[in-house]
Design a protein around this ligand. Sequence first.
Ligand SMILES: Cc1cc2nc3c(=O)[nH]c(=O)nc-3n(C[C@H](O)[C@H](O)[C@H](O)COP(=O)(O)O)c2cc1C
Length: 379
Amino acid sequence: MASQQPLTNVMKIDSTPPACYDKSLMLRIGTIEIESPFVQAALSGYSDLPMRTIAMRLGCRFAFNEVVLDKCVLYPGRKNKRDLAMSDELHPIGGQLMGHDPDVLAEAALLMVNTGYDLIDINFGCPVRKVLGRHRGGWMLGQPNRAIDIIRKVHAAVGHRVPVTVKLRRGLDDTCESEQNFFTIFDSAMQIGVAAVTVHPRTVKQRFTGTSDWLFLKKLREYAPDAVILGSGDLWTSEDCVRMLRETGVNGVTIARGCIGNPWIFRECEALWKGLPKPPPPTLAEQRSVIAEHYRLTCEFYGVERGSRIMRKHAIKYSQHHPIPKQARMAFVGVKTPQDWQHAFDIFYGGDVSTTEGTTQSVRSDEYGSASPASQHNP
Ligand SMILES: Cc1cc2nc3c(=O)[nH]c(=O)nc-3n(C[C@H](O)[C@H](O)[C@H](O)COP(=O)(O)O)c2cc1C
């Protein structure tokens, strides 16, 4: 059942903007024109091909793959091949790379572009201790010279073919030196010609605690009015996403924890952004069909045993929409086998749900950090 092949049986999304589409509502990253500024963030352990497929079927227009180590691109094992899988029909897609050696990163970027990635994003944000210890991810924020060297080499390798972008946190910590390093890297990135930067305005030291400093995004907007800036952090609801665009002036937002188990957030964002009423929350019937399809895609991709375990963390997050969310969540927490999955799914989403409305609102959750082993790798 497990497949190393990219999934091909995906619904093609209509990427043609309507003739009347207001260009100011769109997002341009270099040569890529995206019909809305709401992007699915890179989410290690989550934003695999099945999750991106579901998101794009439900209105997401551009998604990042999860971060991949440069060496794993160059010498892929079975797992890494799957981590890099994409579908011909799900474009544009951004690939994200992390590493230490500028030449290795540049070589990996070239291979990813040859594989079909439409954009290369360089990760300078990962706060995981092991990653920092290996001088990767967020570590670069304290080493601007190396960070700039990486940007320069990656851009030289692929910048003439696809947009190169950089993901940053606002610094290693709250010191002036950290802030200075941020701006040194940012200014150089702009000079080199990166197409956009995504900024998660927490510090590396903060990891996922405290709040994301949106004021920093606003200041950056004022500092670099012509740069394409994508904001990140504390985007839990569609209202948050639109508010970040309005309050900070960033060009786009990358939705992270707010879209796990909530692929409907993209259509909500787009409606609000266009000044339309917010669509109603997904009915229970809709939740059922989306979760079932996510499960089917995941099992096709990883095999049914592993797929069932992987889907557990998604189902826990999907349960936020269920009319009795706590009970639904608890039912999926214990899922280990396909039989467990089927049992929990039948109880909470089975039967005739076609007329039953799921009326709960998206809930704020800050438990992702501990929800799964994948959270060990949160950039
Ligand atoms: C489980 C998890 C995995 C993540 N994986 C990545 C990743 O692969 N690359 C990346 O740049 N950021 C990653 N992030 C960071 C998010 O993209 C985002 O910047 C961060 O979660 C802040 O947004 P939020 O507060 O709206 O969740 C991850 C975050 C989480 C929670």
